[in-house]
Design a protein around this ligand. Sequence first.
Ligand code: R5P
Length: 281
Amino acid sequence: MSGAPTHTNTVAQVLNGGRIPELEPIEKAKRLAAFAAVDKFVGKDCKIIGIGSGSTVPYVVERIQSQGAEVNKDRIFLPTGFQSKELIIQAGLNLGDVDQHVRLDVTIDGADEVDSDLNAIKGGGACQLREKVLAEAADTWVMVADYRKNGTVLGENWTQGIPIEVAPFAYAKVMYDLSRLGSPIKSDPSVSGGKILTLRMGKAKAGPVVSDNGNFIVDAPFPREMMKDPKGLLTKIKLMTGVVEVGLFCGLAKAAYFGNEDGSVTARWEGGKEERIEAEA
Ligand SMILES: O=C[C@H](O)[C@H](O)[C@H](O)COP(=O)(O)O
């Protein structure tokens, strides 16, 4: 079992005397989902391919790379952010951008949570603007994740709120608008996890997280009743002046692939049909 082609694993291999470290179970689940999705959706005829963000995506790139140099030499890969741009470059794949290619054959991306209708919360890594552009531009948009992201109503597993990218100068006004819409500013029992409306702050940096596009991120939880209608909520938030993009992805996905602990993959298709795949990684 090999690790994903990340810089971290390369260093780990060196420290491990050249041996490739065994993956943790959760990483195995991500890898299974990524491999199964690439095998299904990235055929030889796919030439313009979007590479999404998150911890499952390195395995997507690993599987695409394993299809071989001959197949990949005529392909162009479009990233959804800094992380995927680095993955594409490190894998020796051809890098492009959406200003050169406005139609993609397929985009494969991660997710923070997916509901039973294939709506998703995305933006835990602040990439939702570019991710949504590459989702909408793709003929086929597919999500890959481990079983923890497989939900029923959005917000039950991912409790920190809907990631919303906002123009920096407008953040306070947008937060005021979000609170009036129903995002709590103090703990509220109708909101999963008791989380509140928050301007996302950097971890090893004083001040707010700044997205790849120079914007701030607000995390806005909402009561469960409102989360049951993600498209309605998305429409209301998107109309707030100062909002650049909302981390709710509705009606875009062809399928979501979830790697399970038992080594299988659950594929959920648009329309709600589910399929269990005995994956091989
Ligand atoms: O902004 C980030 C993206 O939407 C990611 O696809 C999402 O946060 C999932 O990331 P991870 O697999 O690291 O949890």
